[in-house]
Design a protein around this ligand. Structure first.
Ligand SMILES: *[C@@H]1O[C@H](CO)[C@@H](O)[C@H](O)[C@H]1NC(C)=O
Length: 166
């Protein structure tokens, strides 16, 4: 093929390709289309149990260590966390649960069984990249197309050494 022929072919194919990639959906079709696309291409993690969401305003919960160990990792951790509900406008799913650390330090237990918060350590979130679908207006204004976007989601907290101060 000569270069002009390739150019003509490319001009013909690009609109076909982009229509396929960015199919327009009307408002009624959009949710179903997003759910199908998420299921087939971007399997979603299980949401944490409601029991693990204990409200982000709680202080560092030293009392957890006066009770038998919970089955929830978020409560057994020496850097315990809770989950807070986040919403994302124009995204599917439109909300998700994000981990939020309850202590700035970490909880240490002494030999006599008493617990205290040590600031020689820090509670830090562990992040995971998660794919959401974002709706965008089609150029002709007739509906929306869906594009994958990556969002960093905190999924838990871990205990790390504090940065050494000078
Ligand atoms: C949306 O599209 C579907 C399928 O093309 C059609 O059956 C339905 O009537 C449309 N709904 C609206 C509100 O335009």
């Amino acid at each position: 093929m000569s270069p002009p022929q390739i150019l003509v072919l490319a001009l013909f194919l690009v609109p076909v390709w982009s229509n396929k990639m960015f199919r327009c959906y009307n408002e009624t079709e959009l949710l179903g289309a997003a759910e199908r696309k998420l299921r087939s291409h971007y399997p979603q993690p299980a949401e944490p149990s409601a029991a693990a969401a204990r409200g982000a305003e709680l202080p560092c919960p030293l009392q957890l260590y006066q009770q038998p160990a919970s089955t929830e990792l978020s409560a057994r951790s020496v850097s315990p966390w809770t989950y807070v509900l986040k919403t994302l406008k124009d995204h599917f799913p439109s909300s998700y649960m994000e981990a939020s650390c309850l202590c700035s330090g970490c909880i240490l237990v002494q030999k006599d069984g008493s617990a205290f918060q040590s600031f020689d350590y820090n509670s830090l979130t562990v992040k995971q990249s998660r794919v959401f679908l974002r709706r965008q207006r089609c150029s002709d204004g007739s509906g929306y197309y869906l594009t994958p976007v990556t969002v960093e989601v905190a999924v838990g907290c871990t205990c790390v050494r504090a940065n050494s101060s000078p």
